[in-house]
Design a protein around this ligand. Structure first.
Ligand SMILES: C[S@@+](CC[C@H](N)C(=O)[O-])C[C@H]1O[C@@H](n2cnc3c(N)ncnc32)[C@H](O)[C@@H]1O
Length: 311
């Protein structure tokens, strides 16, 4: 995927379809309207809108602040100065999580700074947090009193997050003197340390869609924050469901799979597609999307399936 198209990934969000979104959009049948029932970070809706395959795309998710965050970034209204969020320690993160009311800004903080984008746990473990934050400090303020501080003057003239990040890579390559596997590992770990910057860059791209002249592609994107059972769906709509996966319902305040099955059976749309890891009743496998990309559950990563509902 080209750097300039990364905005289609939407928010770095748990369950984000990432690169698989393009494949899914290829497979879904064209039509008048696509309804993305459990839109999450928006990768499917954004990829769908920019594909031109449907006249209208509905991006729905019950989580209001997630939908509104994506909307705010795309419309750049309200404007967020994203450099404010490049540094966040554990204490501040948990303060946002536990003591602040739900808001777009809180969702932004929790998205960027949570482990696996789960909006709940801080990105790094207690023991390594200080060391991990050092690199960001060095780049933005140069006050770590380590040799990393050289980065500060090196990247000083760059004001955007993407610019600073680019300078970090340049600096890294210049300094790189790989003598051992240990050095390679250390380089790799440094890049990992800046994963939150990559996430913020992804958000910054969404803010810049107007400048990139991509905004007109999103004209027919509608934002909804309904429970899926309240969506108005017609027989000709193409419906795409990426529900909380079976067994992960607790992360979303309880997802009742039986109720979802009943809804599927009664949904008037003729074309319903579902992303899942296991085949559901009344479905056929339309495509095997491949293994989940994740740091967790190594070894037993299941295949992600695109299912077609059969009435
Ligand atoms: C697996 S995620 C979708 C990920 C998305 N495809 C992406 O690429 O980012 C499931 C989403 O379903 C939403 N959700 C859970 N229960 C819902 C309900 N009853 N109605 C609407 N959305 C719901 C959650 O808020 C969550 O964002």
């Amino acid at each position: 995927m080209k750097q300039s198209e990364k905005w289609k990934r939407g928010l770095p969000y748990v369950g984000n379809k990432g690169q698989k979104a393009e494949k899914i959009i290829d497979i879904l049948p064209a039509g008048n309207r696509l309804v993305d029932v459990f839109g999450g970070g928006g990768s499917i809706s954004l990829t769908a809108s920019s594909s031109g395959k449907w006249n209208e795309v509905v991006y729905n998710d019950r989580r209001e602040t997630v939908v509104n965050l994506l909307k705010a970034l795309i419309e750049d209204n309200p404007h967020f100065d994203l450099t404010k969020y490049v540094y966040m320690d554990r204490e501040t993160f948990y303060n946002w999580r536990d003591n602040m009311p739900d808001s777009i800004e809180r969702t932004l903080v929790l998205t960027v700074w949570s482990f696996s984008n789960n909006l709940h746990d801080y990105l790094w473990g207690k023991k390594i947090e200080k060391e991990k934050l050092q690199l960001t400090r060095a780049i933005f303020w140069g006050d770590t009193e380590t040799k990393l501080d050289g980065l500060y003057s090196y990247a000083k003239n760059e004001t955007s997050i993407a610019g600073k990040y680019r300078m970090f890579h340049k600096w890294r390559l210049e300094k790189m003197n790989i003598r051992s596997r240990y050095d390679v590992l250390q380089q790799f770990q440094r890049i990992q340390q800046l994963q939150q910057l990559q996430r913020i860059q992804q958000l910054q791209q969404l803010q810049q869609l107007e400048r990139l002249q991509q905004l007109e592609k999103l004209q027919h994107l509608e934002f909804l924050t309904l429970d899926y059972r309240s969506l108005k769906i017609g027989p000709e709509d193409v419906v795409y469901c990426d529900p909380p996966y079976i067994g992960t319902g607790k992360n979303y305040g309880g997802f009742d799979n039986e109720s979802f099955q009943r809804w599927l059976a009664n949904c008037p749309a003729k074309q319903i597609y579902i992303s899942e890891y296991t085949q559901l009743p009344h479905t056929e496998v339309a495509f095997i999307l491949g293994k989940k990309q994740s740091f967790q559950a190594k070894g037993k990563r299941p295949n992600e399936l695109l299912l077609k509902y059969v009435k």
